[in-house]
Design a protein. Structure first.
Length: 361
C-alpha cells in the first residue's frame, strides 16, 4: 500500500533551500543501494567508491567522512583541528556562530572568535584583528580560521580570496576550515572545479553539504591535509555522527558527484535567483515596484533585500520566506534546485502587488 502524501507537492516558497525535497536522481541512488546486506559503519561498497570519487575531485590525499548533517560536519571538522584550548576565527554572521545553537563551543570546548564583516567574507586584515595572543594563558589560542562558501549573506569567495586567507592563516600557524554547506552553488557561481577554491587554494578541512542541493540528510567531512587533523574517526562517533547504514548517505553523495548532478542543480538554483533579482530590478527601474532595496550582491542562490515589514508580512501570506533582521526590514529569499520560472514570476507579481497596495494605503 502506497502511503498518501500529507502535503501539496506543488507548493514551493523562497524561505530556504532546505525546504526542497530530494532530487529524483538521489532517490534512485538510495533505492539502488537498498537490498541485501552491506557491512555497516562505512565498510560498504558505496562509501569505498565515495572515497575514490572524492579523491578525483579534491586530490589524492583527500579522505571523506560522511555524517548526518551540516552542524555535525562542522563540529567534527573543528574538533579534529583544535585542542581544547584552541579558538577558531570566523565571521560574526557565520553559521557556526549564529545558527548552530552553540554546538561548536558546547560540543568541542573550543572558543569562537568572531569578526564583523559587511558581506559575510573574511579577509586576512579582518582575521588579523583576532589573530593574536599566542602563548597568553589568559586567552583562547587562535589556531584555526573558518570560512563559509557560500557565505551566510549569499556572497562567494574567489579562489584567490581563499588562497590569501589560507596563506595568512598558515603563516600564523593556523589551519583553515571551510563550511561548504552550499559548495556546489559556489562552484556554479564562479565557474571553476571544486578543487580550485578548496584543495588548490589551501583549505585544510572541508565540510561538504548535500542536503541543500537535493540530498536527504547527507553531508561529509573532507580532510584535504591529513597532517592538520587528529582523531577524526573517533570524534565522528563521539559526536554521534557515525552512521551505521552509511551506504545510504554515501550513495546520495555519489549521486551528486555523478554526471555533475550537484553542479547542475546549483546552476539552476543560482539562475532562478538571478531571474528573480533581474525581474525585481526591472520593476524598480520602471517604477512598478517601490520601497524595495537590495543589500547584498546576488552571487549564488540567495537574495537579501529590505522592504516595509507590513508589506513583507502580507507577501508572506502568499509565499513563505524569512525575515533576516526584522528591526531593519531585511529579508532573505532563497532559490532551490527545484524552483521554477513560474515560481519566480508569481513571486515577483506578489511583491509588486503588495508593495503597490502598501504605498497606496
Amino acid at each position: 500500500m502506497t502511503p498518501a502524501s500529507l502535503h501539496d507537492p506543488d507548493w514551493r516558497g523562497f524561505a530556504s533551500d532546505n525546504y526542497a525535497g530530494v532530487h529524483q536522481e538521489v532517490l534512485e541512488a538510495i533505492a539502488a543501494a537498498n537490498g541485501g546486506h552491506q557491512v555497516a559503519y562505512g565498510e560498504d561498497a558505496y562509501t569505498t567508491q565515495l572515497q575514490d570519487v572524492v579523491r578525483q575531485h579534491f586530490g589524492t590525499q583527500a579522505e571523506t567522512f560522511p555524517v548526518f548533517n551540516g552542524t555535525g560536519a562542522n563540529v567534527v571538522s573543528l574538533t579534529s583541528l583544535l585542542p581544547r584550548w584552541g579558538a577558531v576565527i570566523a565571521a560574526t554572521s557565520a553559521h557556526i556562530n549564529t545558527d548552530e545553537a552553540g554546538a561548536p563551543e558546547r560540543m568541542t570546548g573550543i572558543k569562537l572568535l568572531t569578526v564583523p564583516t559587511p558581506d559575510g567574507k573574511l579577509t586576512p586584515e579582518l582575521i588579523a584583528t583576532e589573530a593574536w595572543g599566542w602563548g597568553d594563558e589568559h586567552r583562547a589560542q587562535p589556531l584555526a580560521v573558518s570560512i563559509t562558501q557560500t557565505t551566510e549573506l549569499g556572497t562567494v569567495y574567489t579562489p584567490d580570496e581563499v588562497r590569501a586567507i589560507a596563506d595568512f592563516a598558515h603563516e600564523q600557524g593556523m589551519a583553515l576550515h571551510m563550511d561548504g554547506a552550499r559548495l556546489w552553488n559556489a562552484a556554479a557561481a564562479i565557474g571553476v572545479p571544486l578543487c580550485a577554491f578548496t584543495t588548490d587554494a589551501g583549505v585544510d578541512v572541508l565540510s561538504i553539504g548535500g542536503t541543500k542541493i537535493g540530498a536527504l540528510g547527507a553531508e561529509s567531512v573532507v580532510v584535504l591535509d591529513p597532517t592538520r587533523t587528529t582523531g577524526l574517526i573517533y570524534l565522528r562517533k563521539l559526536t554521534m555522527q557515525l552512521a551505521s547504514k552509511m551506504r545510504f548517505i554515501s550513495a546520495q553523495l555519489l549521486a551528486l558527484f555523478e554526471d555533475d548532478l550537484g553542479l547542475r542543480s546549483a546552476t539552476h538554483a543560482n539562475a532562478m535567483a538571478r531571474r528573480l533579482r533581474r525581474a525585481l530590478e526591472a520593476g524598480i527601474a520602471d517604477g512598478a515596484i517601490c520601497g524595495l532595496e537590495f543589500i547584498q550582491p546576488t552571487q549564488a542562490n540567495a537574495i537579501f533585500a529590505t522592504l516595509p515589514t507590513e508589506a513583507a508580512d502580507r507577501i508572506r501570506e502568499h509565499v513563505r520566506f524569512y525575515d533576516w533582521n526584522r528591526a531593519r526590514g531585511e529579508v532573505r529569499w532563497m532559490c532551490a534546485w527545484d524552483t521554477t520560472e513560474a515560481d519566480v514570476d508569481h513571486f515577483v507579481e506578489v511583491v509588486r502587488s503588495e508593495l503597490d497596495r502598501h504605498w497606496r494605503g
